[in-house]
Design a protein around this ligand. Sequence first.
Ligand SMILES: C[S@@+](CC[C@H](N)C(=O)[O-])C[C@H]1O[C@@H](n2cnc3c(N)ncnc32)[C@H](O)[C@@H]1O
Length: 282
Amino acid sequence: MQTLLAEKLTEQSSITTDNYAFLQRYIYQESGIVIDAGKNYLLESRLLPIVKQENLSTLNDLCSLLRATAPLPLKSRVVESMTTNETLFFRDLALFDALQKIILPELVSSKRDTRRINIWSAAASSGQEAYSIAMILHEMKLEGWRVQIMGTDLNQKILDRAAAGRYLQIEVNRGLPAKYLVKHFTRAGLDWQINDNLRSMVSFQRFDLRSSMRSLGPFDLVLCRNVLIYFDVETKKKILGELRTTITSKGLLALGAAETTINLDPTYGRVVHGSASFYQVP
Ligand SMILES: C[S@@+](CC[C@H](N)C(=O)[O-])C[C@H]1O[C@@H](n2cnc3c(N)ncnc32)[C@H](O)[C@@H]1O
């Protein structure tokens, strides 16, 4: 019985070299995400559920459908399945510490005249980053200010979750200080619902980071974290160049701990606070 099951799984997942290359090209074209050679396990774990849902037999069948007349929702599901949406509240404590103690207080004091703050959480995933920023700004009692935090992502499904602002117990257990859970969330069955006053500070919309950003911004601060790692050098350079056009002079870009502008875009300056780095537009 077990042998049969194993044979069935191997049959479903074995993919021809040609189809592997097709999926690499397809995913790159639709998202910019680079799938290296030998990542069969990744394709299998992400795409076999779709093979099953579509009543197909193998990954090769899915490729045939994508090559031919796959309906748009199926195409989107394939691309969305290949995005990695790992995130958590206050991800990277050094960075959030600098935001809370230095960057955001300085920003608020520099904006006393206009009382407007614009922040972009690019690659927002399920929204924890955008809401973490909202929680910090909420503490700063900015009554009468126009504070806008925009969260964007390529994956519409994950954005719907972000906009709903409803989180599992396991998600609020990751990184969210207890005082913020008590203050900003309400129990909803087994989940936690973020309160409307915080939700109203944040809006979410689909945006592919490879698109022109000319119509976006200007932003005082952009967080584009833990997404450049999935792209090739050419795509990273293009995105960093576009991001620069959306950020105000002296405004800051925050990247993931494993990401940098160094060797990609020399225009950005580097601002270091403790072990957190920010990239500044001249
Ligand atoms: C690992 S999450 C990062 C979430 C959050 N910024 C953080 O650091 O915790 C990466 C996100 O990038 C999104 N993504 C991947 N390719 C994208 C693209 N071309 N345009 C916009 N978002 C993209 C994925 O859907 C995913 O939600």
